[in-house]
Design a protein around this ligand. Structure first.
Ligand SMILES: *Cc1c(COP(=O)(O)O)cnc(C)c1O
Length: 431
């Protein structure tokens, strides 16, 4: 399924091969996530070219499929993990500890227990603590390994309130307390390796002023931290590189962001780390869904599809826009009509678009939702006892199933096994 021979800065939904996607829907059923690993590689290489001196740690929470982690590890990426389960998946995908960074938010006790156990086997792993309290909890478990401090720089960026984390007190040590927290950790014998901040998702070329302000604060803090605790190995400025969800949006000017980053950080004697999530995977993925019902309602046509908010949550959660394309061979010749595409979940927010002009849908058509490679499957749930969908990958132009479709038996297995409550949710540390 070769769609985009060049490494263009954006792959639009229109660029995908409709016949090839229809074939995948027929072979593996719907709803189906399709992720093109060749495109993931292109995205990685383009970003690496714009940040030639930076280490790239892929934010696994965007898409933690083993095939994605392995692909990016092969390209040279590290893995940024938001939770112990993601660390387990990164290690299982073959990441050495030295390529794993664990950046938890309010980590549960079981997570820290497991991470400290994993650290014994993988001493190169880096823990990024977001509060002095987390540092205490690590020390109490005997951890004195590589420590990075997540700071809250007090400036935010982002396309929606729920993803603006920099200005949100939940994340990171307040900037004015960062140096004292680092000094205290150094005194207790931690190996201080870096500082970190992530100001939310949605860095865009129009918004570079806020990004520059954030970077300048990080550069300044890096200088003060170095004076207090000695040289840092890295300064991690997080992810949030935006992708154009709308067809008429321009792609991020990476060269401009790369140049602004180097300039705004100033003279910092430490490696730069960036943590892209969506940028690497969003436009590499589509969600395929089949039309089951078409209903004329007052003022709109409601098109009922077999994917819903349990499959792709972003529209219901963030009012996110995803392009939608009818993949029928004759779709281009059909009249356009205002349509509301809705899922099978009993919630009024279970709607992918309202009154959007699309070629008239017919029962049996396959629709593709674009930019579904990031925060799609990862946010899927089993609400309404709806099993999660299958995932296919395209690799070297060849498609294969990467994760099977769940069944209701998968959903109810945990009831049948109620007596077998596992004490350790994360299991053996992958070696
Ligand atoms: C979510 C997250 C990222 C990635 O954000 P994107 O918008 O997907 O690039 C990077 N770092 C941290 C700490 C995150 O929580």
């Amino acid at each position: 399924m070769s769609v985009d021979p060049g490494n263009s800065p954006v792959r639009r939904l229109a660029d995908w091969d409709a016949a090839a996607l229809r074939d995948l829907a027929a072979e593996y059923g719907t709803p189906l996530y399709v992720l093109d690993l060749d495109r993931v590689r292109e995205n990685y290489r383009r970003l690496a070219a714009a940040f030639p001196d930076a280490e790239i740690a892929y934010a696994a929470k965007a898409n933690a499929l083993g095939d994605v982690l392995e692909t990016l590890l092969d390209e040279g990426a590290g893995i940024e993990c938001a939770a112990a389960g993601e660390v387990g998946r990164a290690l299982a995908a073959g990441a050495g500890g030295d390529r794993v960074q664990y950046t938890p938010v309010n980590p549960p006790a079981a997570d820290l227990d497991w991470i400290v156990e994993a650290w014994a086997d993988h001493p190169g792993l880096t823990v990024t603590a977001g509060s002095a309290d987390t540092v205490d909890r690590l020390a109490a478990r005997g951890y004195d390994g590589r420590l990075c401090l997540r700071v809250n720089p007090g400036v935010g960026a982002g396309h929606h309130e729920k993803v603006r984390t920099g200005a949100d007190a939940k994340f990171g040590v307040p900037a004015e307390r960062a140096v004292a927290t680092l000094e205290a950790a150094a005194d207790r014998g931690f190996d201080i390796v870096g500082i970190h901040a992530h100001v939310g998702s949605g860095v865009s070329a129009d918004d570079l002023d806020a990004h520059r302000e954030f970077l300048a604060r990080m550069g300044d803090l890096a200088g003060r931290a170095t004076a207090a605790v000695g040289p840092l190995e890295f300064v991690d400025v997080g992810g949030g590189f935006g992708v154009p969800y709308r067809e008429d949006e321009a792609p991020l000017d990476l060269a401009a962001v790369g140049a602004a980053t180097r300039e705004a950080l100033g003279e910092v004697d430490a490696r730069l780390t960036i943590e892209p999530g969506r940028y690497l995977v969003a436009d590499a993925g589509v969600l395929l869904t089949r039309v089951n019902t078409v209903k004329e309602a007052s003022g709109t046509t409601v098109v009922g599809v077999d994917a819903g908010m349990t499959t792709l949550l972003r529209p219901a959660m963030y009012d996110a826009y995803h392009p939608i394309r009818n993949l029928a061979a004759d779709a281009d010749g059909r009249a356009e009509r205002a349509q509301t595409v809705a899922g099978p979940i009993c919630e009024s927010s279970d709607v992918f678009c309202e009154d959007r002009d699309l070629p008239a849908s017919e029962r049996g058509d396959v629709l593709a939702l674009g930019n579904a490679g990031a925060y799609g499957y990862e946010m899927a749930s089993r609400y309404n006892s709806r099993p999660r969908p299958a995932s296919a990958v395209v690799d070297g132009g060849e498609a294969r199933l990467s994760r099977r479709r769940e069944t209701v038996a998968d959903v109810t297995r945990v009831e049948r096994e109620a007596d077998a409550d596992p004490a350790d949710p994360y299991g053996e540390v992958p070696r």
